[in-house]
Design a protein around this ligand. Sequence first.
Ligand SMILES: [Zn+2]
Length: 435
Amino acid sequence: MFGVRGIIVTMDEYSRVFWDGVVVVDSDSGVIVDVGDLGLIRDYGVEVVYGDSRSIVMPGLINTHTHSPMSIFRGFVSGVSGFDWLRRVWDIEAQLKPRHVYVGALLSIISMIRSGTTAFADHYFYAEEIAKAVVETGVRAVLAKTVIDLHEGPPKHSLKESLSFAKKYFNFSDSLSTMIGVHSLYSCSIETLREAVSISMDTGIPIHMHLSESRDEVKFVKESYGVTPIKLADDLGILGAKHLLAHVSYVVDEYELNLLGRVKARIAYAPFTKMRGGQAIAPIMDLMVRGASISLATDGPLSCGDLDMFREMKFMLAAQNLKYGSASALKPIDVIKASTVDAAMNLGFKNLGFIGKGAKADLIVLNAWKSKVIPIKDVYYTILYCLNGGDVDTVIINGKPIMVNGVIRVVDEEKTIEEAVKVAGELEDLTINPQ
Ligand SMILES: [Zn+2]
C-alpha cells in the first residue's frame, strides 16, 4: 500500500474535496482503500510516495472518442471540415499498414498519459494493433474496429471482421473492452447498420459511431433517405441499442431533443474539433436536462492536434456558456464530471472515474505550486482555468505508476518518437490544404 497526498478532488457522489488529504492505494489489487485527511497515513501505516501539500490529486481523465493512430499524419490536413476533410483523410488512410497504426496508437497513448488521460475510447482500422499498444502500456481503452463500406480508400474491414474483433476483446479485462465500430450513417450501408444493431442487441456489445456531426452529413442523409440523421438512427434501432454517439452537433427540433433524452443517449462531445471546423455547437445543456449522458472527447489527433483533455475541458465550458448566453450554463465541476465519472459510465467502466473506497486507482497528480495557479480558492475553477496537460507530474493506473515526475515508465518515449517520425515519412501527403 502507498499514499498519494495533495488537494484531493474526489468527484464522488458528494463531490468531496480534502484540502490536505491522502488517497490510500493497494497496489496489488489496483483499488483505492481509503481517502480522507492526513490521519489516514498513521491509521494505515502507509508512506506517502506521490504528491505533497502543493499537489492536486484527481481521477485520471477519460477521453470518450478519438482515433489514436491518426497522430502519425497529424498536420497533413487542415483548414477544411465535413466531407472535404474526409476525402483528403481517406486518401491518406488508403496507404496505412498495421505497423503505422501500432506506432501511431503508441505515440498517442504517450501523449495521453503525459496530459493525464488514463482511459480512452478509440475507433480505427487494424484495431488489433491498438489493443497491443494498450496492453503494453497499461492504459484502459474501449476499442472499436472501424467499418466503412460506402467509400473507396480507407482500409476495408467487413462488419464480420469488426464483430469478430469486438467479440474477442469484449470485457477482455478491467482495462480493455470493445464496441462495434460502424463509422457513420454516411459511410456505412443501411444493411451493415441494421446488421450491427441486430448483433449489438444479441450480444450486448454497444455500437460506437459518429452521428449528426456535420452539415454535409445532414444534407447527405436527407437527400439519400428523406429524414434527418437522428431520425434515421432511431428508425434503424441504433438509439434503442447500447451505443456511444460521437458529436451529435445537429439536433433539429424539440422532438429530437426529447428523443435523445428519453433513450438516455450516450454522447461523446468534442467541442474543439467541431468549432475549429466551423460546425454547429451541440446543444449539450438541452440534452443533459432531458436525460442524455454527456462525456467529453477530443476526437482524433488529426482534427484536434494534441489530445490534451484540459484544453478540451476549457472549450466545453466556453462553447456551452457562449451558446446559452450565460456565465454559468455549465460549471467547472460539470465539465470535470463529463471527463471523469460520467465518461467512465459512458464507456461501461464500473467503479472508475472517482476517488473513493473500492474505486479503481486511476489517479493523476498535478503540481499546483505555480505562478499561473495560486491562490487556490475554488479547486474546480483552478483545474478548468489554470491547469493544462503539461502540469501533470504523475499518473497512476490500476494502482501502478505509469508516469512519475514526468518520466514515463511503461514505454520508451524517445524511441517511439523516432519510430513515429520514420513511419510518418512513409506516408505520402496527397492532400492539398487551402491556404
Ligand atoms: Zn471521430
